[in-house]
Design a protein around this ligand. Structure first.
Ligand code: F0G
Length: 351
């Protein structure tokens, strides 16, 4: 019998580890690549969803975190720190537990989803809510890591990008080649950077014959890359990507331009429409930020930018259970029935 061993063991020869590196893992990666029937029909393409919410802490961050914490452990770090809109902190907290390290997290006050806060708390991290936004938190985390004995595990840490690039490897390994188009939500822009690196490495080594065009989507209220300038007070219901000054801005532009892709924006309304479609039509429950990729694909299709017959992968980055408020909001309240089969049958429309 074979169990998936986690991204470091599965892709050891393509990652910065040696035989003596102490691998810290929760067996992340190996996530489902799910054919999306309704999205395929709507676009005339072959659309797949890379379901990253199936990772151990419920987001793609685990791919980067196994690598970053493994290297921090190897280098003798006893504490790690990160700024986060919630998923990075949940992941860092979990992997720090596995490594026997202290984890400090800085989150924007009142702007992270409850499920993510619960994760950071239950894994026992030291949480500070900062009176500022994510960009302020990242500046603070950087300053602390420069002046105190604590390793920074945000995606400015190159090992994070190394781990996250394995998602591209998995997609090529599953499909036999790279897709024509890869669609991602963009926040701090680490993930689009990492995917492009993965696709580029596989193509350079001849594992894949081609590379996809990279399509990134930011939320309209938090779209600095689209606007070409820092957004001072970013806003969006998709709190995971509420970022006004992405750390990997330059690398995201390179991924966009080198791949012949683009980075556009989607409104909160478009994000929520895609969020509901994914759950109710495809059976895939994601958090709002994750739906930005699918919202973007649908927007591009409506604009006539999607030629039919292409193979497209949309990454959905995080699990819907992290931020269920939007699932419940606006949905009809379930009715209450007595313990009575005929009453229940009637209410269900079966009778
Ligand atoms: N989707 C989700 C669910 C995220 O949590 C993030 C980023 C992104 C997309 C965007 O990815 O930053 O690599 O462009 N979350 C970070 C965090 C900022 O702190 O958890 P990116």
């Amino acid at each position: 019998t074979h169990q998936w061993r986690g991204i470091i063991e599965e892709y050891r020869d393509r990652l910065p580890v040696t035989d003596t590196t102490p691998v810290v893992t929760l067996r992340e990666g190996g996530t489902p690549l799910v054919p999306a029937q309704v999205l395929s029909e709507r676009t005339g393409c072959e659309v797949h969803l890379k379901v990253e919410g199936a990772n151990p802490t419920g987001s793609f961050k685990d791919r980067g975190m196994t690598m970053a914490i493994t290297r921090a452990k190897e280098e003798g770090a006893q504490a790690v720190i990160c700024a986060s809109t919630g998923n990075t902190s949940a992941s860092a907290a979990a992997y720090a537990v596995r490594a026997g390290m202290v984890c400090a997290v800085l989150v924007p006050q009142g702007k992270i989803a409850l499920g993510k806060m619960g994760q950071a708390l239950v894994y026992g991290s030291r949480i500070l809510q900062v009176d500022g936004n994510f960009d302020d938190c990242l500046n603070l985390a950087r300053a602390l890591s420069e002046n105190y004995p604590v390793a920074l595990v945000n995606s400015v840490n190159p090992y994070r990008i190394e781990g996250q690039k394995t998602a591209s490897f998995e997609i090529v390994d599953a499909l036999g080649d790279a897709p024509d188009i890869h669609v991602l939500p963009v926040g701090n822009a680490g993930n689009i950077t990492a995917y492009w690196k993965g696709y580029t490495e596989y193509a350079a080594d001849g594992v894949s014959a081609r590379k996809p065009r990279m399509w990134g989507f930011q939320a309209s209220g938090s779209a600095p890359i689209v606007r070409g300038e820092v957004v001072k007070d970013p806003s969006t219901i998709a709190t995971a990507i509420r970022i006004g000054n992405p750390a990997s801005w330059t690398q995201a532009l390179a991924a966009r331009d080198d791949s012949g892709g683009f980075i556009d924006e989607v409104t909160d309304r478009e994000i929520l429409r895609a969020y509901r479609l994914l759950a109710s039509q495809e059976g895939v429950f994601v958090e709002p930020a994750s739906a930005a990729s699918v919202a973007g694909l649908l927007k591009a299709a409506e604009q006539g930018k999607v030629d039919p017959g292409q193979r497209i992968v949309c990454t959905v980055t995080g699990n819907g259970l992290k931020d269920p408020d939007w699932a419940v909001a606006g949905a009809p309240q379930p009715v209450t029935v007595p313990v009575d089969a005929s009453a229940a049958a009637e209410r269900l429309g079966l009778a």
